[in-house]
Structures are given as C-alpha cells and as structure tokens.
Write a protein that binds this ligand. Structure first.
Ligand code: 2HA
Ligand code: ZN
Length: 273
C-alpha cells in the first residue's frame, strides 16, 4: 500500500502549530523548550514503513517500559521558531528499540541531528504519567516568562507555590487541581533531573524547574498546551500584583466551592478549611 505524505500527518501538523504558538508566546527563545508526543503505531504506519530504520541513536538511559513505543520529538539545538517551515530537520520520529536504551530513527533530524537533550526527563515522565493515566500522550517543556520570574521571588515550596497559583485566577484549581510540583535548581539535560521530574509527574501534570522553566503533560498537545498556558497566566497575574497591596483574594472556601462545582479534587494539604 502506498504511504501517505508524512508532511500531511495530523501529528506533524499539530507539532508545527504548537511549536509556532509557543514560540510566539515567548516561551521558547532560541533552542529553549522541547516536546515529545507518543504516537499510535497504526497511525504512523499510514505514513512510514516501520521496518525502515534510518539510523539508531543511544539514549543513555533505560526506557524498558517504553520498548516499541513511537514518539515524535523536537531536535536538540533546534529552534521552535523554525519547526513550522522545516519539520523534517527540526523534528524526529523515534521508536524505543528492543534493548530499551536505543532510539531507532524512523523519520526526521535530516541534517544528522538527534532528539532533545532532555529526552531522559521526557521519557521518564511519560513512564510516570502512563502509570497514573494510560491516556497520557504528551510531555512539553518550555520557559514561560512569568512562571520563570515567579521562581525568583516566590518560595519554592510545592504547596505554597500551588496555593498562590490557584489564587491567581478562578479557573486554576479547575484546570490543575493536581497542583504544580516544584523542583529546586538542578543541572538540566541529565538523568538525575529526569528522575526527579518523573517522580514529580506521578503527583502532578505540571512540574516547575526553578530558575529554568516548566514541564507539562497531557492527553493531547492541546491539553498540555492549555495547562502550560493556564499556569503561565496565573504566574503573570502574580508578577503583576506581587509588589502591590493585595486588597482582594480568592479564599480557600471559594476554591473549595469551585472544585466541588466542577467535580475536581484539589491536591490534599493545600487548602486550609
Ligand atoms: O532544549 O530547554 O532545558 C533546551 C532546553 C533545555
Ligand atoms: Zn529548558
């Protein structure tokens, strides 16, 4: 059967649109940010011969739980700004090989490149999210301006950070009732930050890397994007108001009323009722 043109695949088009939006929102300067998106094998097979491996790339960590899984992943050193016009160079489609530590390149990275340096954090986060939500597909990392600014002036306590964000807009507790987990500054691109991020991803879909950026996860690119967008909006309100006297606020009782009305369970230990 003839394969369809991969440049028309919805998952490639979605990656182009999402990276372009993130770039224009100022979340992904230069080579900042990375996305990994777990694809359906049957859908990929409509576009690619899955027996045809272009080359193999060692990952440097064990992803046994993801053997055979196929991801579309942004490339290392590549700019989100450029994905829209040149997806084949800036994106790659990889499959985790039988040994669990090698990626098989099925498409992309056409200048000889490779996946994001943050692949450990991505794949370990996928393993964590899939263990609590089998429908999870996307892990997204970026540098949203106000969230990043907030990590310079707010405590990095997970509960206090979550509570502040929930207070910053009425929608927040509904969009991320699981709150945000906050990691202290750590060296990025390592297995260590990957393991720490993945541990947080068992608790929440949003993980703040202090003084660096944010990880968000979701069932679709849209959902992960919407999560990051909502966290960043809350951080923006915080940064616009933190230096001013607070005259009004959303109370913990009101947060509870919201959660009950929208049938979500706020992360335990944050609301003082
Ligand atoms: O890939 O954002 O954390 C660029 C980064 C590293
Ligand atoms: Zn980063």
């Amino acid at each position: 059967m003839d394969k369809k043109n991969i440049l028309t695949a919805p998952f490639v088009r979605e990656m182009q649109k999402t990276t372009a939006n993130m770039y224009r929102l100022g979340w992904d300067e230069r080579n900042g940010g990375n996305i990994s998106y777990l694809l359906d094998e049957g859908e990929v097979a409509e576009y690619l011969d899955l027996a045809c491996v272009i080359r193999t790339i060692p990952t440097g960590f064990d992803a046994t739980a993801l053997i055979g899984k196929i991801f579309i992943v942004t490339g290392t050193g590549k700019y989100f700004k450029n994905v829209e016009d040149d997806p084949e160079n800036n994106l790659g489609i990889i499959r985790i090989a039988e040994d669990g530590t090698t990626a098989e390149l099925l498409w992309g990275y056409s200048d000889g490149g490779r996946f994001t340096s943050e692949l450990p954090a991505h794949l370990m986060s996928h393993i964590s999210r899939l263990s609590v939500d089998p429908a999870n597909r996307v892990v997204m990392h970026c540098h949203p301006t106000n969230l990043l600014a907030m990590t310079y002036v707010h405590t990095l306590d997970t509960k206090e950070f979550t509570h502040t964000l929930w207070q910053m807009s009425t929608e927040c507790v509904v969009v991320f009732p699981d709150g945000v987990e906050v990691l202290p500054w750590m060296l990025c691109g390592t297995n260590e930050i990957g393991e720490a991020t993945a541990a947080c991803m068992k608790e929440a879909r949003s993980v703040v890397w202090a003084l660096h950026g944010l990880y968000g996860a979701g069932k679709s690119l849209d959902e992960a994007f919407g999560l990051v967008e909502t966290v960043e909006k809350a951080a923006t309100i915080y940064m616009l108001t933190a230096h001013l006297p607070r005259v009004n606020t959303i109370t913990d009782e009101q947060l509870k009323i919201l959660a009950d009305f929208f049938h979500v369970t706020p992360k335990a230990g944050i609301l003082k009722l």
